[in-house]
Write a protein that binds this ligand. Sequence first.
Ligand code: AMP
Length: 231
Amino acid sequence: MPRKSAASTRRGKQARAKNVILLGAPGSGKGTLAKRLVNAEGLVHISTGDLLREAVKNNTALGKKAQEYMAAGKLVPDSLIIDLMNERLQKADCQQGFILDGFPRTVPQAEALDELLKKLNMNIDKVMHLSVDIDTVVGRMAGRMSCPKCGAVYHRTNIPPQKEGFCDQDGTALVERADDREETVRARFNVYLTQTKPLIDLYEKRGQLVTLDGSISPEATLERSLQVIAK
Ligand code: AMP
């Protein structure tokens, strides 16, 4: 029998698994926080950006359709993302609780998520919004690198790997994302302001939103978010 992780043992004492949405501009620290919550709470990390990058890498039908939008820093059409999430949320691992990172990103996506959750008899417990300004985002993304094998995220100055240019977990050479160039980062931030920010009002009205300061250290953000999830 597989050994139980500390997180799953802790969760066993809770009433049920937690489902969380992370909202925030590109570079607000959603991905880093999500990976730390996976380790701390045993939640499943569902990143539409990661799923799309995987589809592009494998040259699937979805990848071919998404590629151009992503390279330009634009959003991929809602219908493609909604189909992707419909499939992903039905996988068995979602029963252990999940973190949605990068979805929903538009009001139609949020409405489609409501429908999907209803169909699957699931709920969202918390919506955490990581708040940051554009200068912080540009500064962070300019030095961002990730591991193409395990997805670990580093930053040249903020979260440096032990050996420059290589992943601490598996020694793979780190890569920079094409859409982390300053010009594209600014375009993505503007897309966020127009298309995703309205979701903050939507979840606030529902009483589910908690805003965290996304410019503090990853450790402090994790600590604060664990308190929010535990409530
Ligand atoms: P991310 O890694 O979340 O910043 O996503 C990278 C890129 O993937 C975005 O700039 C979009 O082009 C695309 N993308 C990811 N999630 C979504 C979504 N929920 N809706 C539309 N496009 C998305």
